[in-house]
Structure formats: C-alpha cells, structure tokens
Design a protein around this ligand. Structure first.
Ligand code: FCB
Length: 458
C-alpha cells in the first residue's frame, strides 16, 4: 500500500505502551507490588497463568526500544509510569531508583527527538492502597494527586503531554463490578463509587500538573460507538443505556460538570446515588482539559435484553438490559473484535454534535489490533490484516478532521507485543513482534508500513 492517508502539518503520530504490560523487573530497585501482580497470581485469572514479572523486559531494554521508536519516526511515545515503582506503598516519599528509570527513559526519548507523553495511571494501583479499600475509597483519589506531584516534580520540565488516567471504565467496572481485571472484585454497584473516585483523582491531579507547568493535560477514555441493533424503540433505548454506562458516565462529569440522567428507572437510581459524592466534587472533576484522549478499537451493536442479574453491575457490565450482538458480517481480529473503521469517525462526529465547543481537541491515544502473527523463518512478520486495520482507522480519523473535529494526534497500540491483561501473552498487538523466550524484537510489516506513512507526510 503506497497510497497513504494524509494529515495536516503538526499532526502527531505516536505509539503507546503501558508499564505493567512491558516493563517486567517486578521486584527490582524497590518496586512495590501492584494489584496486577497480585491478581496475576490468582489461579484462573490470566490465560496461561502468565504474569508481568518479566514481560518485555523493557526496564532493561528501554534503550533498544527507544531505538525502535526512533527508526519508526514517531513524533511522540506514550508510556505509563508504574505507581508502585516510584512510590512502592502508594504513600510517602518517592523511590529514587524508580523515578530515575523514568528520568533516563525521558532523556533517551528526547535525545532521539521523540516527545514523551506520560500516562500516570494505567491500572496498576499499589497493592497497599487496595488493601485499604482501593478506588472504593475516597482517600485513594488524594493519594493519586500526591503521587502525581511526585512524578511531575521529576518529569514535568521535560514531558509536554500528560494523561491522568487510562480508561477509568475498565478500572471501575472490570476491576470492581465483574472482576475480570485487578483487583478482581465482583461487587456490582460499589463500582460506581470507584468510578467517582477515579474521576475525583483525575480532577485533583489536574491542578498539580498545572502547578508543575505542564503544557497539555488530559485523560484517556475508552469511548464506545454504540449502534442500536434495529431502529425499534426498545433497541434504541437499550443503546442509550449502553451509551450512558460506557460513555456519558465519564464525558458528562468531565465536560459538563454533571452526571448523566437516565430515563431507565434502575439506572436513574444508580446514577443518583450520592452517598459517595461531596459538594464541589463535580467542579473539581470538570476542570478544563487541554485534550481528550480516546482509545478506540471496535464498536458495540446492542439490543434490548432482560436483566440477567438483580444487581445490574455484578456480572458482565453489559448485562444492564442491553447486550452486544456483534457484527457477524465484519472481519474479526484475534480478540474476536469486529473491524469497522468507519465507526471511529461516527464516534467523533457524535461527540462533536453532543458537546460542540465544549469538546476539547482530541488525541486518539490508542488504536490497533491483535492478529495471529507468526514470524517467517527469515524473521519477517507479514501482518497485512493489521496494516489494513490501521489504514482504515487512520482514514477514519482523516475523515473526522475533514468533518471539522479537532483531532491532533494518533497513537498506535502498541509498539510491542506485550502482556494483554487477562489474556496474558496470548494476544499480540505490537508493531514489533516480541519473542518472549529470547526477548528478540522483530519489526512486523505494519511497523515498516507505519514508518512509511509517517515519512510520507513530509
Ligand atoms: C486497552 C488498554 C491497553 C490495551 C488495549 C488492547 O483497553 O488501555 O492497555 O490492553 O486495550
């Protein structure tokens, strides 16, 4: 493919990773345990019993990984800081060795001409904070702001773009409602308290970042493009419930300083549970963002469904009287996710329509696909499906720009194959193949394709 989509001057092309998924070195230099270390040891929690102990060994191989980024030609690299590496118990003074690692990483990136973009929280809460209640507990939001200060004091002079939280939907609902992610709690509605405390933590971290003089601060949400299965009123209402639970529960407080309303009785009741909210919280949460990060992979086609559980949040977060029916006609990735690139443009258009000028500039902070990659004997990986996935989604972003949505950048998930949470190492999202037995990195065809696409922008 030589005919690349084109983007305006200054558009940021990047690649993304997250600490727990690549770093390894779980016990080194004073790092404390995080909820993902604990969860990975729970029998049956992770495919193959995989852990993050070694992962891509990026902690030791970061120089090699920076060289891969440089060769790729990305303008920005999004990585996350492991809270437990820099503040092992989630409170108190910092761990110098841990902070030094990110210091070296940032300097290495800048030397390579790459702008670092830091995510402060990509799901790996220090275990000690979980033992005190985790995100169910309001104090965790204040701990997050303190930790933010620690990292900002060390890196804000050199890191222009900051993301407070990655996908708080996953932290709250997969973590505390259905237990598919760490800490593996299946508690149902208390997950709404976790959602609120995550938002509060974000809001408390913003002024800390501003004080430290950072240029751009935002948050990365996994927003869903929800499509009703039919135009019938029951499915349309189900789609609205899905949209409330997936998207509006985040975008309304962040962009409008209010929680969403719902015409559905149970949801209305849940959303109006104020027991964990305090006066002024929504003002903190809705402080202006410099950008909204959107992680996007696949749409949800939903239809009306009966309640399957008396507590609508306990089982799948999807069981709230709506259910996904998939897209049988679409190609599916190795995650079994339907590929429908045009839905990214639709999502962005819908946000613009709903929020107008209240929608900040957007960065697509993650997009990519897991495929059944297999290296050839000569070390090449012919991942044409990933190339067409990325090509389609980048064209969709270009179309959104033409529609008038202010999209400033796009980060491929991911630079490297890595620890894909509950799927362990069984799913590969990288532009670069990782042979976990030897830690050899093999750039896939998609890596070369992305390099050419970036170079073609001139
Ligand atoms: C997102 C996560 C990221 C990665 C991709 C595939 O939900 O933010 O860490 O696992 O999905």
């Amino acid at each position: 493919m030589s005919d690349f989509p084109s983007f305006p001057p200054g558009f940021v092309f990047g690649a993304a990773t997250a600490a727990f998924q690549i770093e390894g070195a779980a016990d080194e230099d004073g790092r404390g345990p995080s909820i993902w270390d604990t969860f990975a040891r729970r029998p049956g929690a992770i495919v193959g019993g995989d852990t993050g102990d070694v992962a891509c060994d990026h902690y030791h191989r970061y120089r090699e990984d920076i060289a891969l980024l440089k060769e790729l030609g990305v303008g920005s690299y999004r990585f996350s800081v492991s809270w437990a590496r820099v503040q092992p118990t989630g409170a108190g003074s910092g761990n110098k060795a841990g902070l030094d690692f990110y210091d070296r990483l940032v300097d290495g990136l800048l030397e390579a001409g790459i702008e670092p973009a830091v995510t402060l929280y990509h799901w790996d809460l220090p275990q000690e904070l979980e033992d005190k209640g985790g995100w169910r507990h309001r104090d965790t939001a204040y701990r997050f702001a303190d930790y933010t200060r620690l990292v900002a004091d060390s890196l804000a002079d050199r890191v222009p773009r900051w993301i407070t939280l990655n996908e708080p939907w996953c932290s709250a609902f997969l973590g505390y409602a259905n237990g598919l992610h760490a800490p593996g709690a299946r508690e149902g509605t208390p997950a709404l308290a976790a959602a609120h405390h995550l938002l509060l933590g974000h809001g408390l971290a913003l002024p800390v970042l501003r004080d430290a003089g950072v240029r751009e601060a935002g948050i990365a949400l996994n927003l869903d493009r929800v499509v009703p299965a039919t135009s019938g009123p029951r499915d349309v209402a189900a789609a609205l419930r899905a949209e409330t639970q997936r998207n509006l529960i985040w975008t309304e407080p962040l962009l409008k300083g209010r929680y969403p309303e719902s015409e559905d009785d149970t949801w209305a009741e849940l959303l109006h549970d104020r027991s964990f909210r305090r006066a002024g919280d929504l003002d903190v949460i809705s402080a202006p963002l410099d950008f909204l990060g959107i992680n996007y992979y696949t749409p949800s086609v939903v239809r009306d469904a009966p309640y399957r559980d008396p507590d609508p949040l306990t089982r799948q977060a999807d069981d709230n009287r709506f259910e996904g029916i998939g897209m049988p006609q679409a190609r599916h990735t190795a995650m079994d996710w339907p590929v429908a690139p045009h839905t990214l443009r639709e999502l962005l258009a819908g946000l613009k329509e709903r929020y107008g000028d209240a929608l900040p500039p957007v960065h697509i902070t993650e997009n990519g696909s897991a495929e059944h990659d297999l290296p050839e004997p000569d070390g090449t990986v012919r991942d044409t499906d990933r190339i067409s996935y990325l090509d389609g989604h980048l064209r969709s972003v270009a179309a959104a720009l033409a529609d008038g949505v202010d999209v400033r950048g796009y980060y491929v998930w991911s630079l490297l194959d890595n620890f894909e949470w509950a799927y362990g190492y069984s799913k590969r999202f990288g532009l670069v193949y990782v042979d976990y037995a030897t830690q050899r990195r093999l750039p896939k065809d998609s890596y070369h394709w992305y390099r050419e696409l970036i170079a073609a922008q001139g």
